[in-house]
Design a protein around this ligand. Sequence first.
Ligand code: HEC
Length: 98
Amino acid sequence: MKHFALALAAALLAAGLLTPPLLAQAQTIDAGAVVKERCTVCHDTKRICRMLGARDRQGWFETATRMVKNGARVNPAEVEAVASHLAKLPKGDPSLCK
Ligand code: HEC
C-alpha cells in the first residue's frame, strides 16, 4: 500500500499534476524582470527612476503595495523582492532607466 502511494505520487509528479509546494516556494524571484514586465503596464520606468535612491526598502514596499491596490499583478512575495531590489538600485540605474 505504501509502495502504491509512493508510485502514485511519483506518477503524478512526473505528469506535472502535483507541484511540490516546497519547490514552488524555493523558486527565486527575478525582481528586475518583475519590475520591467509588470511595473511598466500602466506607466513607464521614468516614474520609478525618479524615485531611485530616494526611497528605502520600507518606502518601496509601501509604493509597491499601493501599486497592487492600483491593480498591479504582483504577488506578496514579489512585492517583498521588488522592494529589496529597488531599494538597492542607484539613481538613474542603467538597467532600468537607460
Ligand atoms: C495597474 C497600474 C499600475 C501598475 C501595474 C503599477 N503602477 Fe505605479 N502607478 C500607478 C498609478 C495610477 C500611479 C499614480 C498614483 C499613485 O501614486 O498611486 C502610479 C505611480 C507610481 C510611482 C510614482 C509615485 C510615487 O510613489 O513615487 C511609482 C514610483 C510607481 N508607480 C512605481 C511602481 C512600481 C514599482 C510598480 C510595480 C510593482 C508599479 N508602479 C506598477 C499605476 C500602476
